[in-house]
Design a protein around this ligand. Structure first.
Ligand code: ADP
Length: 669
């Protein structure tokens, strides 16, 4: 059955492949702590189904004894009751049968309720535990894991996979026990009553099982095709809705309608193919069930009717027991038809738990030293000692060696892809260095706890993410014990107070999807306020003033100046005007430091920095030809390696050169 197991193109294939016996592990890790509910569910399920079998049997007994001539309990000995308790007169027997049937219905209803309670609470508890554990693990994973997985794929584990498990644990298990009790219970009863007729009645079971098996092996690849085409359809729709402005402005509505038509048709075809197979299955089952039923009826009927066993059969068959046969044969066919469904659910659940456990087993590349100590920041000196690093085997930055005195600002500039963000990601310890060391006040980053290191580091990036919630909650994010007054102080320092007051509910205004939309500049000022409130010893500004107009930039720059005063600061900026006052400027090219010094030193050098500065001042005509050619070559290289990048991650998509060459944005020194 394993060939019908997995979705194609599963982005979690690698994780999944390493998990052994995922369902066993699911029950061991999550099932055992909730075993009580499971046990209650199983006992109640079996009891309810057994009680369901009682009324037809009592009916058969009644027919033979009350309306026929047999002694009560003769055809089917009522083994659970001593002979002395069995009713003797016909009226007593009649009422006895009614009481047993009514009692069986009542008790069965009670057990069905308990069974639902048991299985549902078992499934819900496990679903909750798995979801929270998976989320917890997910947010602790290294950044490189997120770099090549899309958010949608992670969401799919947290919702679809967890839901599938829940469905199997609830509906699947329920159907499984129902099927087992019905088939085993009815089979045993029939064999006990009359083993010869039972063989006739039961013969469709293996054929039904085989047909169902065949059905799922045929239908599974078709379902995989449906899933894949619905995925393509959704991606196309999502992409088109997102790009509706471009579609309208390029007047390509018809072209896009055709494209949607094509993928929708693929989905239609795949679905129709699956439907054609599916709608043949149930009639086929009906025929099998019907053949069994008719055969039982013919043989049983002749037996009763002629009062002698037909063909090679032997022994007695009463009318009542014949009725029991007919009623029971009807009952076990449909639970059997669910056999395929249950296997299907099981396989999906198995694939989902393999994905979930695969993710949970994903190793952390940053192994925390068990002896790690707390970081104690004194002066805030940061040293990079001969640092080299690569994401995979290929080196990205080499021999980076510099020192920042506590309270100073160092700026990293250079073309896209030079390695600026990578250098800062190492300081944030999203990755560990391959060679060399990074030290804060003499303490190697690898020897201090991640938690204490990140506590001392503040980060304001180009991607100023806001959480659902109020403005105040967003500023307070990470410094949860700050008072309202402190929040206002921070907002004032970040030049955000005025615009916040103009929002509909001031600091209580909800932002995010269901609240007001803030401009890029406003979000950036909130992010700066958030950093101000945290008051970290070391600050990292990664393109903190990208994407804003010149006036807002001026406001933000003022707030940044306040923020960076007397704080060790690392800044990446494409607009060189924003970092020209930095104590040291490191100019990076191809993962190495090409130049270093103050703005004045570097202008004097007449190297890469001086040329970049020239571009930004609009002196394009005066640039040496060689500089422009190198820029074009570098651009071509960066574009070639842009494929890996995750949305919202690091490198801005437009090159510094293309931006700078087309748009002079700053002033002369
Ligand atoms: P910059 O910040 O100077 O634009 P980056 O540090 O973002 O440069 O990138 C330096 C190089 O590292 C680029 O060539 C980029 O393709 C590569 N890179 C960055 N992040 C990753 C990653 N997560 N996985 C693989 N390669 C990466």
């Amino acid at each position: 059955m394993s060939n019908v197991d997995w979705d194609e193109d599963d982005p979690f294939e690698e994780q999944r492949d390493n998990v052994e016996n995922p369902m066993g592990r699911l029950f061991r890790v999550y099932g055992i702590p909730n075993a009580a509910q499971f046990f209650v569910g199983v006992v109640a399920s079996v009891s309810a189904r057994v009680l369901d079998l009682l009324p037809p049997l009592m009916l058969g007994i009644a027919i033979d004894t009350i309306f026929g001539e047999s002694a009560f309990g003769e055809q089917v000995p009522l083994v659970v009751l001593p002979q002395s308790l069995l009713p003797e007169t016909q009226t007593e027997q009649f009422w006895f049968v009614i009481v047993v049937i009514a009692g069986a219905f009542g008790l069965a209803a009670l057990f069905h309720w308990v069974r639902n309670w048991g299985f549902n609470s078992f499934a819900q508890e496990i679903q909750h535990d798995i979801r929270t554990d998976t989320y917890d693990k997910m947010q602790r994973l290294n950044m490189d894991f997120f770099a090549d997985k899309q958010t949608g794929e992670m969401m799919s584990i947290l919702s679809n996979d967890v839901n599938r498990l829940e469905r199997f644990l609830n509906d699947g298990m329920n159907s499984l026990f129902r099927m087992l009790v019905m088939v085993i219970g009815i089979g045993a009863l029939l064999l006990w009553i009359n083993w010869q007729l039972a063989i006739v009645a039961l013969f469709p079971i293996p054929i039904i099982a085989a047909t169902t098996y065949l059905f799922i092996t045929i239908i599974q690849p078709k379902y995989a095709e449906v899933r894949s085409s619905v995925g393509q359809l959704n991606s196309r729709l999502e992409n088109n809705l997102g790009g509706v402005k471009v579609i309208k402005s390029s007047n390509t509505e018809e072209y896009e309608s055709d494209r949607v038509d094509d993928v929708s048709l693929d989905y239609f075809d795949a679905n129709w193919d699956a439907i054609r197979t599916r709608i043949k299955f149930f009639p086929a089952l009906r025929i099998l069930a019907g053949v069994g039923f008719v055969l039982t009826f013919i043989i049983g009927g002749l037996w009763v009717f002629q009062d002698t066993p037909p063909l090679f059969f032997s022994g007695d068959l009463s009318v009542g027991m014949f009725v029991v046969f007919i009623l029971y044969t009807q009952r076990f066919i449909w639970p059997m038809a669910q056999f395929g469904q249950i296997i299907n659910m099981y396989q999906r659940a198995r694939a989902s738990s393999a994905r979930i456990f695969g993710l949970m087993d994903e190793p952390n590349r940053l192994a925390e030293d068990p002896e790690a100590s707390e970081l104690v920041v004194d002066d805030g000196d940061v040293v990079y000692e001969d640092v080299s690093f690569g994401y995979d085997d290929e080196p990205i930055i080499q021999n980076i060696d510099f020192k920042v005195q506590g309270g100073e600002t160092v700026a990293l500039v250079g073309p896209t892809g030079a390695g600026k963000s990578t250098i800062l990601k190492l300081l944030l310890r999203m990755y560990d260095v391959d060679d060399g060391a990074i030290k804060i006040d003499g303490q190697d980053l690898r020897g201090i706890t991640l938690q204490s290191a990140r506590q001392s580091l503040g980060y304001v990036g180009q991607d100023t993410f806001m959480f659902f919630g109020s403005v105040e909650e967003n500023i307070r994010y990470g410094t949860f014990n700050a008072s309202h007054e402190e929040v206002i102080e921070a907002a004032k320092a970040a030049e955000a107070h005025d615009f916040i007051q103009n929002l509909p509910d001031g600091y209580d205004t909800e932002i995010g999807e269901r609240g007001v939309k803030l401009s890029g500049g406003q979000r950036q000022r909130l992010a700066i306020a958030r950093a101000m409130l945290r008051d970290p010893e070391i600050l990292i500004l990664d393109e903190a003033t990208s994407d804003v107009d010149t006036e807002t930039e001026m406001l933000i720059q003022r707030s940044i100046d306040d923020l960076t005063a007397n704080r060790t600061t690392f800044a990446i900026a494409h607009r060189l005007s924003t970092i020209k006052d930095a104590d040291t400027i490191l100019v990076l090219e191809d993962g190495e430091i090409a130049e270093r010094g103050s703005h004045e030193d570097l202008i004097g050098n007449d190297g890469l920095y001086a040329h970049l500065w020239g571009v930004q001042a609009g002196e394009i005509d005066e640039l040496p030809e060689e500089f422009i050619q190198r820029a074009a070559q570098r651009r071509a290289r960066t574009e070639a390696s842009d494929d890996w990048s995750a949305p919202g991650d690091e490198a801005p998509s437009s090159s510094v050169y293309s931006t700078l060459l087309s748009k002079p944005v700053c002033c002369q020194s």
